[in-house]
Design a protein around this ligand. Sequence first.
Ligand code: ZN
Length: 461
Amino acid sequence: MRIRLLFLLSLGALSAFAQFRAGAAARIITPDLGAAKAYIAGFGQNRAATGVHDDLHARCLAMAAGTSQPVVVCGVDSIGLFFDDVQAIRKAVAAGHKSPVSVIVAVTHSHETPDTMGLWGPRIGVSGLNEDYNRYVISRTAEAALAALIALQPATVRLAKASSPRLREFYDDSRPPVVLDDEILALAVDHAQTKKPIAVLANWASHPEALGSKNTLITADWCHYFYSEIESRTGGTAVFINGALGGMMSPLGATISDPATGQPAPKDTFRFAEIVGREAAQHALRALSAAEPVTPDSIEYREAMAAIPVTNKNFLMASGAGLFKGRKPMSADEGTTAPVGYLRLARGGEALLEAAAIPGELYPELSVGPIVRDPNADFPDAPFEPIIKKDVLKAPFRMVFGLANDEIGYIIPKAQWDEKPPYTFGAEKPWYGEINAPGPEAAPMIIQTLSGLVNAKSQPR
Ligand SMILES: [Zn+2]
């Protein structure tokens, strides 16, 4: 009798847990400019912040289903966080939550936020990383993740994708081949009973650098307007996760017409950023409004370290000079390592959504293809890597989380790697890209690690 009762109790508990649950929370991570100088990252040296235009945030969505451990996905308004800082966030979440939880931390890569990596200090060779600010980002992101976990409640999911000629206007790809991964993917979680939106997580590839290199006001760049549009229209928390934004998915050189004037929006202005952010959000929300709710019954996150050889002399010098302040150890002999992750949301054994968590700035050639061969490349006969959204992921909704859990720079198809003359596509001088990339082996190693995770059997529960 007692055994039977226990069995019934556990069945009851299981059915409660089998429900899909979601929760969201955000925390402000704006630097206190009165306390310390903040060097703005992303372009040149010595760009000290003179004020704040809008608050920076850590924004987290927690999801749980079945008996597997919950997964929290956080989008952070920052240029980049090394794995060392992500591990510190995970440690703080584990200490607060008491039971196992998977935490994915992706940065938005806004080029108008403090230097959290060390590469944009007062002058070359001097780190711009302020440990107090990194500690603040770590503790606030962990707080947001824990608050999202506490807020878990029964929920349903809507999935949608959008692309349009207008969105393609928001890019200026400065390097051939012109390949754009311009689709916006959106995941909305709604309260199961009231249908009220809890959060919208959107995944799109674009450098938040619309304000350009001269701006000295702290801002989340176009992400600020993206959040504002999503939150004012839905009432839920907006989370933004950047995509395959390498080589070069950016509005920086784009000519974008302003619907208010019919004229091109002036460059390097908040209005320019506003058009990108609001219209991208409107595309995501329009697509979501037609999406049917589904209830996933499993969520799983897997991660493995990829060994990455480093040939970039600037990276090795920066590391050797201590610019990263002890983070991201690397050497010419040993290379470095970076985490690669795989997230899967499923129902009845069928994947609804898959996401690849990539530790840097993936070229869209590796996300949607094609990779293009040129005889002047440094490794013209290198085999093509499998294309993530075509050959590796198979679910109806396939996301690439860029700058997820680490930032190792550009990830370039090996067959397109081009440091040595003659240069590809008839160029007179080297293309921009390799100068901010670890080396030609990063792409094959990362995609091989990802394929291993996708093909691995589910972890026993
Ligand atoms: Zn970048």
